[in-house]
Design a binder for this molecule. Sequence first.
Ligand code: MZP
Length: 509
Amino acid sequence: MATIIDDVSRTFSEYLLIPRLTRKGQTAEGVDLKTPVSAVRGNHAPGFLMNVPIVSACMQSVSGSRLSIALARQGGLGFIFCSQSVASQAEMVRQVKSHKAGFVQSDTNATSDMTLDEVIRLMKESGHSTVPVTDDGTSSGKLVGIITDKDFWQYEDDLSRRVSQHMTPLTDVIFGPDGISLREANQLLHQHKKECLPIVDEQGNLTALVFKKDYEDHRRHPQELLDESKRLCVGAGINTHDYEERVPALMDAGADVLCFDASDGFTEFQAEGIAWMRSRYGDDVVIGAGNVVSAEGFDYLVERGADFIKVGIGGGSICITREQKGIGRGQASALLEVAARRDAYHEETGRYIPICSDGGLANDTQIVVALAMGADFVMMGRYFAMTEESPTPKTSINGQIYKPYWGEGTRRAQNWQRYSDAMETRKLIFEEGVDAYVPFVGPVSEVLETTLYKLRSTMVNIGSDTLSEFRERAILTKVSEQSVVEAGTGSVFKFNSNAEVESSGWGQA
Ligand code: MZP
């Protein structure tokens, strides 16, 4: 007969943290969020460490190069999705590795014979007010000038006039030579009191732009996750079908961490994949495996050589695996069991294997609870799909802005195989995910800043300065449905700035 676990499958929202003693001098700013990604032995430093405990999901609608750059700049790691050809995934990895912080490729360009009207339209579409003017209107053409929204008066000037009549011509443009360091570029910006510095190669072609605001942003976010050569770090998803071709391409492109992307990773296929990578790259490759929801699954993949283990089946916001296949586990129950096994394994062997809680985090509180329960870091899809940098276009629905978000187990995501030579096309008999929209929330840097500040503040409430201290000190209590109601603000009338306050006398002079 089957074994029945004598507890229900629990989720994060069923728990609350009990405050512990906060020591004098502890502040949110003083909290260290560094966390290991690869196995740690004894007192050795982990091979791979992140500055914040957050990674983005290996999903088409989440982790492209732009999001991975934005997240690495905040100290986390993006996992570029593998549901695409080997060549295009490797190219995305390369884009992150070749990103020079502070140097951006111009995405809004004009030619000198365009009309002001056309340039205004370009500016509106991109939201950018500084537009390089090149001979062919591309981001790598010969630079002939710069036009900004301060070079004309939209409601006074004749908008059929040409860009050449209003732009700052090249002779008056301050620009930097290709190969200049960010520091030197910023010195030029400062010295000439400029907002934007074009970078130009020996042939006079535009190669990049450096903005003053990006420099300021860089100073505000000193947590960037960089490799030994000062390049941004990036992760990449892999599958059990084509790793012999995909892994070498990703390693050549410079991927720092690889991770199997599978709803159920407790398989001999992953064991074989890990063995193949270890035989070829030894310890030079960081391998994440999963997903698992039990101590048994953790042991199996760790003993086969995984560096970190991903936990979670069926909890993802777009996931219907539990409904479709009847497998999965409440994310809190899964994480608690695997974290307990991780700690016991550490005691037994001296090896600490980091674990990642993947999927189902619906708000900042749940991120905090997952880290308190034992996750070394969390992986999120929906959270990042909502941001400016996710790869999907913004869409307006009933006046609200949304972004599309779909699961990797949907027909839409799996369709890529139809166009791939790399993989034999496998028929998708049923879907494990849904295709949806999520509200747009703005740039990664802004949402993450709030999330991390909340995390740090809670860690101070628990009297902890580091994530490992947080896990050790955390005491959680289960909550009743009644206490969830009590925690809300349902018993008071809430004002909202758009609501009209009716004649109660409140708010009236
Ligand atoms: P969430 O952060 O949106 O709740 O969940 C993201 C996670 O859901 C991913 O990291 C992955 O583990 C999982 N996922 C992705 N696609 C599917 C699917 O189509 C899925 N079922 O479950």
